[in-house]
Write a protein that binds this ligand. Structure first.
Ligand SMILES: Cc1cc2nc3c(=O)[nH]c(=O)nc-3n(C[C@H](O)[C@H](O)[C@H](O)COP(=O)(O)OP(=O)(O)OC[C@H]3O[C@@H](n4cnc5c(N)ncnc54)[C@H](O)[C@@H]3O)c2cc1C
Length: 292
C-alpha cells in the first residue's frame, strides 16, 4: 500500500513539473532515461520514472518545493562521471533524478572570476577562460563530461591539486537551492566575507545532501605564457633540494615548477627512479651543478 502511494506521489510530481515548467522539464521516455540509471563504470544500477530537468534556478527551487510536499527524494546529477555511485538513483524506483545539464551558461566572466551554472561542462569553462587570457586551473580526465555542480559536490581534485587545492579552494561563492526550496545566493565572489557560517564551503563536497548547487563563482588565474617540461634525474636529496630552490629563485620558471612541494616531489621522483631503474642512465645528472 505504501509503495502504491509512493508511486502515485511520483507520478503526480512528474505531471506537476510538466504543467508548470514545460515538457522538457520532465523526461519520461525510457530510451532517454535509461543511460542515466547506471554509473559510467557500470558498477551501480538504479531506477527512476523520470529525469527532472530544470532550466533555471527558479525552476530548481520550484521542483524541490514540489518534491518536498510529495516527499519524493531527488538525486542530483551532472555528467554522471562520479566514482562512487552518488548520482545513481536507488534501484527500487523511489526517487527521481534531478539533472542540472540544461543549466549550462556562463553568466559572467571577468578578471580572476567566472560565474558558471552547475550544468556547465568543465572543458567549456576551460575554453571560455582561455579566450580571455585566463585559465580555470582544475582539470581531470572527465573534463569533457563532468559539470561544475558535480565538481563542487564531490570537491574534486585533479592534476594540479597540489598547487591550487581541491575544487573548494577555487570556489569563491555558490548559489544553491536548499531542501525547503529557498535559494541561497553566495555568488558575490567577495574575498573578504566573514559573516557567520560559510554555507558555500559546507556545500562543497556534500554530494547533494545539503542542497542543489545551481551556480558557482570560480577563481580564474592567468593563462600560462609558455611551458617547458623536463624530466631530471638527481642522485640524492641534497641535489633535489638545490634544484628545487634554484627553480624557485628563477621566477620565470618557478610558477609552475612550484606546483609540487619538495616532499611530494622527492617521493614522486623516488617512485619514478625505482620503477624506471634500467633507463636511469638517460636522466640528466645535475645535482652537482651549482646552478641546479
Ligand atoms: C576519467 C576520470 C578522471 C577523474 N579524475 C579525477 C581526479 O583526478 N581527481 C578527482 O578528485 N576526481 C576525479 N574524477 C572524479 C570526478 O571528480 C567526478 O567524476 C566529477 O567531479 C563528477 O562530476 P559530474 O558532473 O559527473 O557529477 P555526477 O557524477 O553527476 O555527480 C557526482 C555527485 O555529485 C552530486 N551532484 C552532481 N551535481 C550536483 C549539483 N549541481 N548539486 C549538488 N550535488 C550534485 C551527485 O548527486 C553525486 O553525488 C575523475 C573521473 C573520471 C571519470
Amino acid at each position: 500500500m505504501a509503495k502504491v502511494l509512493q508511486q502515485d506521489g511520483i507520478h503526480l510530481l512528474i505531471e506537476e513539473v510538466r504543467s508548470r515548467f514545460g515538457p522538457k522539464a520532465a523526461i519520461t521516455d525510457r530510451a532517454d532515461v535509461e543511460p542515466w540509471l547506471t554509473d559510467w563504470r557500470g558498477k551501480y544500477h538504479g531506477d527512476s520514472a523520470a529525469i527532472l530537468s530544470p532550466a533555471s534556478t527558479e525552476e530548481v527551487a520550484g521542483i524541490v518545493k514540489l518534491a518536498a510536499e510529495r516527499r519524493v527524494p531527488l538525486i542530483p546529477q551532472g555528467g554522471n562521471t562520479g566514482m562512487v555511485g552518488g548520482a545513481t538513483p536507488p534501484s527500487d524506483g523511489s526517487a527521481l533524478i534531478l539533472s542540472l545539464r540544461r543549466m549550462n551558461r556562463i553568466r559572467s566572466i571577468d578578471t580572476g572570476l567566472a560565474v558558471a551554472e552547475a550544468g556547465l561542462i568543465l572543458s567549456s569553462l576551460h575554453e571560455r577562460a582561455s579566450e580571455t587570457g585566463q585559465r580555470f586551473p582544475l582539470t581531470l580526465g572527465a573534463r569533457g563530461s563532468c559539470t561544475i555542480g558535480g565538481l563542487v559536490a564531490t570537491n574534486a581534485g585533479g592534476t594540479q591539486v597540489l598547487k591550487f587545492g581541491t575544487m573548494r579552494s577555487l570556489v569563491l561563492g555558490l548559489e544553491a537551492v536548499l531542501p525547503d526550496g529557498s535559494i541561497h545566493d553566495g555568488l558575490s565572489g567577495l574575498k573578504k566575507d566573514n559573516r557567520g557560517y560559510n554555507l558555500d564551503q559546507l556545500l562543497a563536497g556534500s554530494e547533494g545532501t545539503l542542497g542543489i548547487v545551481t551556480a558557482a563563482a570560480l577563481r580564474l588565474v592567468p593563462a600560462i605564457g609558455s611551458r617547458a617540461v623536463a624530466w631530471v634525474g638527481l642522485s640524492n636529496a641534497q641535489g633535489r633540494w638545490s634544484f628545487f630552490s634554484s627553480c624557485n629563485r628563477r621566477r620565470t620558471a618557478s610558477r609552475d615548477s612550484r606546483s609540487c612541494p619538495p616532499t611530494a616531489w622527492n617521493s614522486c621522483l623516488s617512485t619514478c627512479l625505482a620503477r624506471a631503474a634500467p633507463s636511469r642512465a638517460a636522466f640528466v645528472e645535475c645535482a652537482d651543478r651549482g646552478d641546479g
